[in-house]
Design a protein around this ligand. Structure first.
Ligand code: NAD
Length: 260
């Protein structure tokens, strides 16, 4: 479906982004992966995707808190592949703390990575998409783009911001064959979730098992974690012709969480 096209997925060295990058490559897209991690592991992931899917896969170590590195990442991808056809803004971090104790550097980093980075990538990638008359922008938002939880002020603010940004850009690009949508997962078992369990346990005075049962899965009527492959499947669908009239949407994939 995506043969000859190029997908750039931010935060794709792990979790949801990695699943999206693999899924786009399986559809035939050349892929730019991005994110942090062990250099050797990233290189073997890169090589494995390229090998299995017979596509070009490049790695950019651009830091999503740095607008100049984001601009350079987009420019390099365009220099090599012509345009970014599918832009997936997925990089994200979390910090859990009551607001009056929320560290300033965490607030700034979450807003930069989870919200402002999308503004910077879209701004840079849009002219080439518009010129081609085709583009798909897919944001990894969160159920927290629609509802709140305590102790996640920066994350919830950033994800609500992503929902707003998605709607604005949809209106601006609607006549250029470009769609933009946000996927809003509930809890997905990835390093991001695993890492927040000890802090949540401390903030709520619970054991880690109680956090899993009574905080995480309590929100999800299905009582199951969403999988990274389910999210990647929706991302691939959003690139299809059948999805060309879905734009500006914030699409929950949360086991019924936000229906409650
Ligand atoms: P993850 O920790 O597995 O992956 C995060 C990725 O972002 C990694 O590749 C990491 O290296 C990258 N990253 C972090 N800081 C970066 C920076 N400054 N510059 C570039 N890359 C950076 O987490 P995940 O759960 O796969 O999260 C991916 C997205 O999904 C995030 O936006 C997150 O908010 C969202 N999300 C996750 C869940 C969940 O339950 N896991 C639920 C809803 C939404």
């Amino acid at each position: 479906m995506l043969t000859g096209k190029t997908a750039l997925v931010t935060g794709s060295t792990s979790g949801i982004g990695l699943a999206i990058a693999k899924a786009m490559a399986k559809e035939g897209a050349n892929v730019v992966i991005n994110g942090f991690g062990d250099a050797g592991e990233i290189e073997s992931t890169r090589a494995a995707i390229a090998d299995e899917c017979n596509v070009a896969v490049r790695y950019s170590g651009a830091d999503m808190t740095k607008p100049d590195e984001i601009a350079a990442m987009v420019a390099e991808a365009e220099a090599e592949f012509g345009a970014i056809d599918v832009l997936c803004n997925n990089a994200g971090i979390q910090h859990v703390s009551p607001i009056d104790a929320f560290p300033l550097d965490k607030w700034d980093a979450i807003l930069a990575i989870n919200l402002s980075a999308s503004f910077h990538t879209i701004r840079a990638a849009l002219p080439a998409m518009r010129e081609k008359g085709w583009g798909r922008i897919i944001q990894t938002a969160s159920a927290h783009a629609l509802v709140a939880s305590p102790y996640k002020s920066a994350y919830v603010a950033a994800k609500h911001g992503i929902a707003g940004l998605t709607k604005v850009v949809a209106l601006e690009v609607a006549e250029y064959g470009i769609t933009i949508n946000a996927i809003s997962p509930g809890y997905v078992w990835t390093p991001l979730v695993e890492k927040q369990i000890p802090d949540t346990a401390r903030a709520r005075g619970m054991t880690e098992d109680e956090v899993k049962r009574e905080v995480l899965l309590a929100a999800q009527p299905t009582k199951e974690f969403v999988t990274v492959d389910e999210i990647a499947g929706l991302a691939v669908f959003l690139t299809s012709d059948a999805a060309r009239n879905i734009t500006g949407a914030v699409l929950p994939m949360d086991g019924g969480w936000t229906a409650a």
